[in-house]
Design a protein around this ligand. Structure first.
Ligand code: ZN
Length: 240
């Protein structure tokens, strides 16, 4: 329905523009009559969790989640690039984003999180996908899990992402999106739609091996890319 309206708007705009340039110069005013049509207009921000000295959770074979997060983030960026999307990546290498004045590990971690929040909050029409890996004392838990902040604002993207991860990685995964705990600083200090994806459990032997593999990381990135593209489709056309 909205697509039809858009087509008519475009026809009307073209007709207006044509008529406008046929007018003698003295009749034209100096104001532009035609503003570019904004589609979804979102700026996707991809946050590869942790980095630098802060490796985050460590896998059963001693691999920190920060590298896995970054690898998935870069694959997601590359995939979305094929569709003309240009996401912002908060980091593209194994670094912490702290100020130079931070010296202890704690200070660096706090400064890093403040800077990430700051960059997200300064981005107009931002939507955040934060990438992390899960861990637990017991090795039996596995499966991707999507968390969201800012309630209703983020729920549609969270649901879509959880569903596409289920389809792509494990049809048996019964997890549903959950509200982010209050303890996660970044997700509780931003105002845009935001999801945090725990791609799997580094404490589960089978899933840990998968999460370290290039092919599985690509599957995750493909599911996230599809969720992002479909999400924008929903917002533009009002349909899934
Ligand atoms: Zn993490």
């Amino acid at each position: 329905m909205k697509r039809k309206v858009l087509s008519w708007l475009l026809v009307a705009a073209l007709a207006l523009m044509t008529g406008y340039y046929l007018l003698p110069g003295s009749v034209r005013n100096t104001q532009p009559v035609f503003q570019p049509v904004r589609c979804a207009g979102y700026q996707l921000i991809i946050d590869a969790g942790h980095g630098g000295e802060d490796g985050g959770a460590v896998s059963l074979t001693g691999v920190p989640e920060s590298g896995i997060n970054l690898s998935i983030a870069l694959k997601l960026d590359a995939l979305l690039g094929l569709y003309g999307a240009a996401p912002t990546l908060l980091r593209t290498e194994d670094i912490s984003l702290h100020d130079d004045s931070a010296s202890t590990l704690r200070e660096k971690k706090v400064s890093d999180l403040h800077n990430r929040v700051d960059r997200i909050e300064r981005t107009e029409n931002a939507v955040l996908i934060s990438i992390h890996q899960n861990t637990y004392q017991s090795s039996k838990y596995h499966g991707a899990q999507v968390f969201y902040s800012n309630g209703e604002l983020s729920l549609p993207l969270a649901q879509l992402t959880q569903e596409l991860l289920r389809q792509a990685l494990d049809p048996e995964n019964k997890r549903v999106p959950a509200k982010i705990p209050d303890t996660v600083y970044l997700m509780n200090h931003i105002s845009c739609p935001a999801i945090l994806v725990e791609c799997g459990f580094l404490s589960n032997p089978e899933e840990e091996a998968l999460l370290r593999s290039d092919s599985y990381q690509r599957k995750i990135a493909a599911a996230l890319a599809a969720a992002w593209l479909q999400y924008q489709g929903i917002e533009i056309n009002g349909e899934a």
